[in-house]
Design a protein around this ligand. Structure first.
Ligand SMILES: [Fe+2]
Length: 186
């Protein structure tokens, strides 16, 4: 990713979400909450736009910057690699699924590696039965600003800004290489 892209994306794009959110919540009940709490509270209030959008985009971008480093993070190892192999079959299958999610998200949005917690653990009375889909790593995609944390039982581990993938595609990098090289695994 070029210096110009980072400057623009971090210095203007991300900055605007933060500044707008601060303006919108200044003096309200939300002032003083963590960014994560602000995002979840706004989502659950059904206040999807515009404050939720700004809160979630600010959170997502913070997390996105933490998901990469110069030269990439290399191959995951240890417990994470074991879980990836258990839940996706192999590292390659995970990367393929992640790439597909990023490229299949229409318009702007996010692709995520997330841990899906048991619904039993969060006391969700509407869905009390533990499912085979619980307690494992999953790839999910979200439109616009939406973040898996608002679904209550998904914990993000890694993300890619789909807008960023589109930039990479226009520069003729393959999505697979993009995902593999710019992201470090948490
Ligand atoms: Fe972005």
């Amino acid at each position: 990713m070029s210096e110009e892209t980072i400057e623009y994306h971090w210095g203007k794009h991300h900055r605007t979400y933060v500044d707008n959110l601060n303006r919108q919540i200044d003096g309200t009940d939300l002032d003083g909450n963590s960014l994560e709490d602000t995002m979840v509270i706004l989502y659950n209030k059904g206040d999807i736009l515009p404050a939720f959008n700004n809160a979630a985009q600010a959170w997502n971008h913070d997390f996105f910057w933490e998901s990469m480093k110069p030269g990439g993070g290399g191959r995951p190892s240890g417990e994470l690699l074991k879980l990836i192999e258990r839940d996706f079959g192999s590292l390659k299958k995970f990367l393929d699924e992640f790439k597909t999610a990023a490229s299949a998200q229409f318009g702007s949005g996010w692709a995520w590696l997330a841990y899906k917690e048991s619904r039993l653990d969060v006391g969700n009375v509407l869905n009390p039965l533990q499912s085979g889909e619980d307690k494992k790593l999953v790839v999910v995609k979200t439109p616009n600003a939406v973040n898996p944390l608002v679904w209550n039982y998904y914990y993000p581990l890694l993300t890619i800004d789909v807008w960023e993938v589109l930039i990479k595609f226009t520069l003729c990098y393959s999505g697979f290489e993009t995902v593999k090289t710019i992201i470090s695994f948490h």
